[in-house]
Design a protein around this ligand. Sequence first.
Ligand code: UFG
Length: 327
Amino acid sequence: MATVLVTGGAGYIGAHACRALAAAGHLPVCFDDFRTGWRDAVRFGPLVEGGLLDRAALDAAFATHRPEAVMHFAALSLVAESVAHPERYWRNNVGGTLNLLEAMRDAGVRRLVFSSTAAVYGEPDLALIPEHAPQRPTNPYGATKLAVERMIGDVGAAHGLRAVVFRYFNVAGAAADAEIGEQHRPETHLIPLVLDAALGRREAITMNGDDYPTPDGACVRDYLHVEDLADAHLLGLERLLSGGESLTVNLGVGRGYSVREVIERARAVTGRPIHARLGPRRAGDPARLVCDPSQALTDLGWRATRSNLDQMIADAWVWAQGPGYES
Ligand code: UFG
């Protein structure tokens, strides 16, 4: 069983990865500066408090815990913020990962699972997006993730680092027992905001545009359960531990839902009236992003098993009403 340094391990996705690692018998060492992470989410292994821009903190984490591999989630990930403040994104996501890769090189750690995004594709006009689709990010967030992918490739070739890169579509849901779940400050993601409206924490959900070239005019996304995502990370880690080659794969379901459909399903799952109103388009939103997940099955033996939309909403609903939310 492996010791794994998990950057961003106190964030939504990182914490679910730590939970899955611990459940599989590995030791997740959480590396987080709590800028966007949650102290309550650190419960599956030791904590090193630090940020990626602090090389000394990274070196200390490697020296103290001697991890065999790294899972790298820590990043800024808001598209709108990346458009307003691109330099933050280049410094944190690209500069921070450069520090991490140098620290890994110096510590002799040569296995990496990296959290990338469908935003590297931009706005492809494809029903299902495969890995070989053109990579033309339309915002600085996607551009920084693509730059990191290339940096990992270059460093890997020079220093024998092997990496599994996952390009996620839209992640949703919470742990099956609601021990941990999704929360962001500020929250910008559709499902948590819809559930806030169901709970009366906000008056309504604003639908960002209804004039997209989609069947009902609303944006379409491919929603993936965070526990399915965590399982893929375990498979990626196991591939690297058993000597497997580097790999870049999409993680998604291959089925899209519109914003309207998500709101409708949330009304059905929660049994609450959810007031929706129409707002303007949100800058940088592609009309439709749906994954071709076939390569993840072929190369990793992974497919989504819990990513039914009602299930994801139901799990997020239990979490949103529980004691951990907004702690
Ligand atoms: N939406 C609304 N109203 C809201 C919030 C969202 O209509 O109040 C819409 C968005 O405009 C979008 C859809 O719901 O059409 C999904 O939006 P999310 O913010 O939940 O997700 P995104 O597709 O924008 O974002 C995802 C990831 C981001 C990542 C981005 C680009 O969650 O972290 O993909 O890959 F940056």
